[in-house]
Design a protein around this ligand. Sequence first.
Ligand code: ACM
Length: 626
Amino acid sequence: MKSQYYLSVILSIFLFQFSNAQHNIIPVPVKYENQNGSFIFNDAVKLESKNKEIKNIKSIQVFQSYLSNLGVKSSFEKKAKGNIISIEINKKEDPALGKEGYTLDVNDKIIVLKANEFAGIFNGLQTLKQLTPAANNSDQSIEIQSCKIVDYPRFAWRGLMLDVSRHFFTVEEIKAYLDKMSEFKFNVFHWHLTDDQGWRIEIKSYPKLTEIGAWRVERHGTFGEGRTVPKEGEKATYGGFYSQEQIKDIVRYAADRNITIVPEIDFPGHSMAVLAAYPELSVKKEPKYVSPGNKFSEWYEGGKFKMLIENTLNPIDDNVYTFIDKVFTEVAQLFPGEYIHMGGDEAYHGYWEENSEVKKFMKKHEIKDSHELQSYFVKRVEKIISSKGKKMIGWDEILEGGLADGAAVMSWRGMKGGIEAAKMGHEVVMTPTTYAYLDYMQGDVSVENRIYASLSLEKTYSFEPVPDEIEAKYVLGGQGNLWTEAIPTLQFAFYMTYPRAFALAESLWSQNKDKNWDDFVRRTEGNMVRFDKEGDNISKAVFDPIIEVYKNGDKVMCKLENSVPNTTIFYSIDNTYPVEFAKKYDTPFEIPFGNLSLRTQTFRDGKPIGRELKIGREDLVKRIKK
Ligand code: ACM
């Protein structure tokens, strides 16, 4: 009996491992089962469908061009024979799949992809793409392991935000960003279109927004301290904006990839570019310039701050609301999605508080403080947005002083804003700095583009969008945010986004119980190969050693860690090179006094993976937590 029991346990472990064997799909599907055999094709594959309109669907054409890049011709045929990919919309809706789910059945002769709607077909094609080898030289056949997949998302809002104000990305670059995110089944592109450093959307009723607001003097180097204010008479040459025709093109391009665009127009703060064009919309009405990223704010404990230059709209001026109404009229016509984002974050109230007209207004309307005044502003904006047939969403500051009815909240200062809003019955999108800020450094500061905080891939992977305190039904989903103060190119935007967006995709699409760090890292490594072959920049910072420096009595101690399986860390503190001939790390060690550097690098199977870190003793000592 006992031996039979053990045999069946061993057999079931083997079968489990076999049925879940080695695919690199991100996000991990709900159900994946290996089958015997494989679908093999060389330079051609036939497509078939009972739905006549399928061949005109852009997402299918996108997949065909992917196949063509692999050296594979594909065409639709009526009565196809040979290697066939069959694509069907379910006649009878499969309730488990919803709008975006799909089933994929790969056999020796035929691949069958089915879904209730085209969104599901698109997602299934992304999975199929991930089942093909990363690249192909055409004399090699393409082999896809036979398998059965049933897959659907956990959340309806799976977003990435891109800030195009701090760095302007061209139309082609936006499309490349959309292409990539759609491969990992993200379906919301939150487009941060306006900020102090540039207004990027053509608004026909206020042309100076782009004539003046889209352009700033060019400065290089670190945002804040490292950039100087415009000189008298200096020409504003850096910037750009999207014409309404370009926006319509991008909206269509996104829709073809199952992506809805949520446009953000950030009011009442972050409005220096607006005020450069129309200074009369501020309280002080002083002339302004579009910020080139020079220092104009001071930050204190507990998230408090001061704007040294006014960058807020005047909340008591009816002309401001006329302006906002006209802007959102045009925005609502351009973006067919359900939501418009009105910003609401980090609005400095100091210039409101010191103004006598504002004080009089507050007294008359029994507004007790500046938070209530901002709430008055947000509630008026909410009415404007809902009058255009759209739902308003804003950063979690819109809770302060009282949340507008019907507003959805994007929780960024941790999850607490989202929790508070959900408890009041509002929809929320979770995008906390602690898990989802893609502008934070993902590796050691010595090798990253320095910014004020860090966020590792492993931490991002632990993101759970539904906190225990609230009902899941209020959480629409979550999102990663890419602010671009320190991101001067598209390729660097990819570097910062990936692979952390893989981790977010898995937290937002996959079932919680199926998340597994070690397996995620394995699949991530598979996708790194694909990025490398396609010439896209993906960060490998996850392989780098994580350095912790601490004091033990008078001794300066150093701990090295790595969260990637099957790796070894080597290090030297005597400047010897390469580190693989130095010491293998197994326990914390002392950094002796002297003019020396720590050199360290991660290895696997005798080969370096990740970067060598080299940090002087002085810098190490600065890292000791007080
Ligand atoms: C934000 O990061 N200011 C929303």
